[in-house]
Design a protein around this ligand. Structure first.
Ligand code: ADP
Ligand code: MG
Length: 216
């Protein structure tokens, strides 16, 4: 499903080159639940953002779902991202002035049955009864569930999560990873960046990166 070949990314800070990825080769199959682990600054977020088409590589190729994404223009990339990718971040990134169900319905602009679908997604992530609550009326774990429901809104081929449990207590963290396991059991492909070894071990496979390279 994802085929990455000799991917590099160099950031430029003025004239200083910051090599974030130094030649990544990776294959991820459909239906896999993969944990991406490595020290801070090793390139995990950079790699996840390349896979999610949030950022462009300096060189190398990424094929997602049979499409060489480097061949897409700006609009095609945006469209591909919207249709194929679901994102979950460390700081839930919910809109505070919208309640749970409105946050989930937001990416489903064109869908006439978005309210029904948003409600069933909230059920799926286990907080159907909190649909009317605003983010500041929800715990961190509950907010992250809303964010996961929103990420699933357009039935993404790939769910990408960047340290989704970094701001949660241990119990909520375990529950979120359990939720990922359950979604994966239903067929969802998931790539999760995490620092925490005991959470990484819940994935099917751990990819370790260091200094912009895959080590194991
Ligand atoms: P991780 O997620 O593993 O902590 P990142 O992918 O965020 O690591 O960062 C990898 C390297 O790239 C780090 O040295 C970081 O400082 C650098 N970096 C990341 N994003 C940028 C950016 N937008 N501009 C400049 N340097 C960046
Ligand atoms: Mg990061």
């Amino acid at each position: 499903m994802i085929d990455i070949n000799n991917l590099t990314k160099i950031y430029y800070m003025g004239k200083v080159e910051v090599p974030a990825l130094r030649g990544i080769d990776l294959k991820i199959e459909q239906g896999e639940f993969v944990a991406l682990m490595g020290p801070s600054g090793s390139g995990k977020s950079t790699l996840l953002n390349m896979i999610g088409l949030l950022d462009t590589p300096t060189s190398g190729g990424i094929v997602v779902d049979g499409i060489d994404v480097s061949s897409l223009d700006h609009n095609q990339r945006a469209d591909f991202r919207l249709r194929k990718m679901g994102f979950v971040f460390q700081f839930f990134s919910l809109l505070m002035e919208l309640n749970a169900i409105e946050n989930v319905a937001l990416p489903m602009m064109m869908d006439e049955r978005k309210d029904d679908r948003a409600a069933s997604l909230l059920d799926l992530v286990g907080i159907g009864e909190r649909a009317d609550h605003y983010p500041n009326e929800l715990s961190g774990g509950q907010q992250q569930r809303v964010a996961i429901a929103r990420a699933l809104a357009n039935e993404p081929a790939i769910l990408l999560a960047d340290e989704p449990t970094a701001n949660l207590d241990t119990e909520s963290s375990n529950q979120i990873v359990e939720l990922f396991r359950e979604l994966n059991r239903k067929g969802q492909t998931i790539i999760m960046v995490t620092h925490e070894p005991e959470l990484g071990e819940k994935a099917d496979r751990i990819i370790r990166i260091k200094d912009g390279r895959v080590v194991t």
